[in-house]
Design a protein around this ligand. Structure first.
Ligand SMILES: O=C(O)Cc1cc(O)ccc1O
Ligand SMILES: [Fe+2]
Length: 438
């Protein structure tokens, strides 16, 4: 059955999968209908200002205290958490990788998380980690929640079904989803295998960026965000709930499914978003704006205008700027840029950055178009041009990103990435003024 959704960003939603399962006019009745338990899940401190106050009320078969038992430690060796620095390895330099290979052995979504970079410090709830996931096996009696972070999942190959406490999300490449901190879920490939990217946000939640003078429309519009309706299972089998807590992993065994929420209301909930609904705004006469113009979601750091993370996309669009070098300019940035490619080609790189691949341009390290891209863009006809079938994205953070040992040891790390700039020759001739702007 297809998952069903409610539109809107950060709305106060309500949903019930059985008639009258949701109490009306109060949160905590003396006895809930159908013998349900009432429970609050808080995503902000109780006392957060209204604009950032997030909580939901869940009406469930068993309270969450029955969905954990005693914890024991488990290892997920490829999933790392900041602060995590590898010593003895070169972690500075512009880096680029071809895609991570699919596993041959059975691998679930959680087992398939491989950390590429970490930034900040999970203990103080700042920073983030970037991961790749690869999986080929459903999570059947296994469930997971992440106390450290919300998860932004960006599929690149294959569909996923994400079954959360608050409903089911079907996800395919060119869509993304957010799983809030603390929410129990399972994620399973729908076909044979799936691969994608994850941004693990230790800090304040992702929200929509302000649009400033752009006004009330375009970029990511709130109605295109979809939150699932209530869905549950009443299953009494041996189940395991795995937990990520301050960078460590634990498992607890229970005799039933924890996905047992019959009805809920509130504004702390998972959601998905189709990147094809993003309405890009750009330069319509000349020059190339900063990529912040393509921000889908931003996670604030507490310092105004300085994101803990910006999630930015580079979607299909028209390029029309006159007398302009149209691809990204050469630049150095105080923010650290991790990029991935969901499909097609990226306009700063003629070759070498392939779908499923990644690049890392860390704090203050120079980057920009490769030599071929520079030549092409410097000499091309500047009629309107449509960038087709492309979808690159960036996880950009104010914190330096530390590459994991896994990332440095990957066979797909490109030794020759920096050579993409080596043919950028000196063109300077002090006797020829040139023709800029003509
Ligand atoms: O580095 C990149 O390719 C991302 C990027 C794109 C752009 O258009 C301007 C700046 C920037 O960092
Ligand atoms: Fe950049």
């Amino acid at each position: 059955m297809h998952a069903a959704y409610m539109p809107g960003f950060g709305n106060d939603f309500e949903t019930e999968s059985l008639p009258n399962a949701l109490p009306q006019g109060q949160n905590s009745p003396q006895k809930c209908n159908y013998g349900l338990y009432a429970e609050q899940l808080s995503g902000s401190p109780f006392t957060a200002p209204r604009g950032t106050n997030e909580r939901s009320w869940l009406y469930r078969i068993r309270p969450s205290v029955r969905h954990t038992s005693r914890f024991s430690s488990v290892e997920l060796p490829h999933w790392k958490t900041a602060p995590h620095m590898t010593h003895g390895h070169l972690t500075i330099g512009q880096l680029r990788w071809d895609p991570v290979p699919m596993p041959n052995e059975k691998t679930t979504f959680i087992e398939g998380v491989r950390t590429m970079t970490t930034a900040g410090d999970v203990h103080t709830q700042v920073g983030m980690a970037t991961h790749i996931y690869v999986c080929n096996t459903p999570m059947v009696d296994d469930y997971f929640f992440n106390a450290d972070a919300e998860l932004l999942i960006v599929p690149q190959i294959g569909r996923l079904r994400v079954f959360t406490e608050m409903g089911k999300i079907d996800l395919e490449p060119l869509e993304i989803c957010i799983i809030p901190r603390g929410m129990i879920f399972q994620a399973s490939p729908v076909g044979e295998q799936a691969r994608g990217y994850i941004c693990e946000n230790y800090g304040a939640k992702f929200t929509l960026p302000d649009r400033g003078p752009i006004g009330a429309n375009c970029l990511a519009n709130p109605r295109d965000f979809k939150t699932p309706v209530a869905a549950w299972e009443d299953k009494e089998t041996d189940c395991r709930v795995q937990v990520k807590w301050c960078g460590r992993f634990y498992v607890t065994e229970i005799g039933h499914s924890p996905l047992d929420v019959i009805a809920w209301h509130g504004n702390y909930a998972p959601y998905k978003y189709d990147l094809r609904t993003y309405s890009p705004v750009g330069a319509i006469l000349f020059d190339h704006p900063d990529p912040s113009i393509f921000t889908v979601l931003t996670a604030p750091s507490g310092e105004e205008g300085t994101a803990n993370i910006d999630f930015v996309i580079f979607p299909p669009r028209w390029m029309v700027a006159e007398h302009t070098f149209r691809p990204p300019w050469y630049h150095r940035n105080i923010m650290s840029e991790f990029m991935g490619l969901i499909q097609g080609q990226y306009d700063a790189k003629e070759e070498g950055f392939v779908p499923g691949g990644m690049s890392l341009h860390n704090m203050m390290l120079p980057h920009g178009p490769d030599a071929m891209g520079f030549d092409k863009a410097s000499n091309s006809n500047l009629g309107p041009a449509r960038l087709e079938d492309t979808m690159a994205f960036m996880f950009e953070t104010r914190f330096p990103q530390h590459v994991t040992q896994y990332g440095m040891d990957l066979d797909t790390l490109q030794d020759d990435y920096i050579d993409c700039w080596k043919d950028l020759e000196k063109h300077f001739d002090g006797t020829i003024e040139g023709n800029w702007g003509k």
